[in-house]
Write a protein that binds this ligand. Sequence first.
Ligand code: MTE
Ligand code: MO
Length: 236
Amino acid sequence: MDTNTPSGQTDKLDRIVEARMKLKRRFEEKIAQTPSMIDETPRGTGPLNRHGMPTVPIGQTVTAKWPVLDLGYQPNIPLDKWQLNIDGEVNNPVRLKWDDLMALPQVEDTSDFHCVTTWSRLNVPWVGVRFMDLAALAEPKETATHVMCYGYDGYSTNLSLEEALKLDVLLVHTADGQPLAREHGGPLRMITPQLYAWKGSKWIKRIEFLTKNQLGFWEERGYSNTAYPWRNDRYS
Ligand SMILES: Nc1nc2c(c(=O)[nH]1)N[C@H]1C(S)=C(S)[C@@H](COP(=O)(O)O)O[C@H]1N2
Ligand SMILES: [Mo]
């Protein structure tokens, strides 16, 4: 990938914009059928958020703290060793080094974080790259329907493309104005503000596009496949 010259950079951005439009068109209808779009009475309390859902999903309690959940191991990945692979059912498998990631369009967004263990952390300011843009780089084949995201700690979690392609799904390197702490998945993790937070892999190292749904770490252990907080959709 020629990201070193200004024109290589421009070509790449043009290509992302075009591929992004294509993905949007392709998934528009499916996205419109997801719970956050079709549920008439999403369950929860508080004023409606920007997606029209009550701020605090049913069964959740707001916390100012940020608890840490992991598998008992917090990998340490120096930036010069870090890489992210995007592969599987794609036309253009990508391996990003840290500088490649930082050269992609950077997005700032503030969103909420809902853990299945019933705490919610509201209004977290994030900076990172949209999942949509990484997908646009890799160009999923027509047959791709889901992704499996893998962490450097051996974690995995699955998502449908209609959820993953929502515009607030980011791969973030900054939270609360600081580089994402290692305990929270730094240098890079995914966030899924409209689903329970286990759907966002910390220490993310690989995104594999799939032709069918497969179960990730917690999904294999009884967590819900769909993980929709406003349906209290915690376990399967
Ligand atoms: N790689 C990895 N990602 C992970 C986990 C994990 O154990 N390993 N835990 C998940 C769970 S259950 C939640 S609630 C959130 C917790 O993120 P936090 O520790 O930053 O609060 O990360 C999710 N992503
Ligand atoms: Mo969790």
